[in-house]
Write a protein that binds this ligand. Sequence first.
Ligand code: SAM
Length: 221
Amino acid sequence: MLYILSTPIGNLSDLSERAKQTLAECDLVIAENPSYSKRLFEYLNIPSKKFIQFAEHNEQQKLPIILKELHGKKAVLLSDAGTPGISDPGFRIVREAVDRGIEITPIPGPNAAITALCASGLPTDKFIFLGFVPKTEIKFTNELKSAEDLEATIIFYESPHRIIKSVGFIANSWPGAKVVVARELTKLHEEFIRGTAAEVLNKLQARGNIKGEITVLVSFK
Ligand code: SAM
């Protein structure tokens, strides 16, 4: 059995009872970053387990070892934070496990994109998740244009160093688009910066130094 287990994106109290129980009962942990995940086990007072590390760059190479280890075990797949496989490594392991008839069970929980969307105030009936977006204005704008045609709320992940640039790109092509910058979700300094693209750009520029983890949402409706 392979559990795809979501972990908190900031607030440790967001870990579900079912997630805690699964972590306590599992006998193998496949983790993006074992030293990071071991801290979660310590926090929960769960004795350490056998860990196998995997990451985007070595997922393919680690696959045979992981698949061999999975047989007959209660294994848990963990990324550093949030839902494994969502802008995080993991999908290849799940795909191969599915192909081999290994039973997969998701243990749902935090995910930055959905957490940001539900509180954004932007339409939630149809949305498109772009993950991490291209860095050049032309590629970025083209990607948003294809999403614009779908009339869906756009969600993407952005680094604090690039947020002013990205919102600037949106303001250049769609100054009136509704933008929400969701920052530090579930943490002490959680905030939502809302407005038109031009307004949000002004607010960000006025601050200068933006820190923390950021999810951006855009609506053309
Ligand atoms: N797998 C994760 C999930 O389910 O949300 C996402 C992993 S991705 C590598 C990390 C990115 O998610 C961050 O760079 C940021 O853009 C976004 N993110 C993660 N935690 C966040 C938070 N607390 N508030 C806002 N955005 C967050």
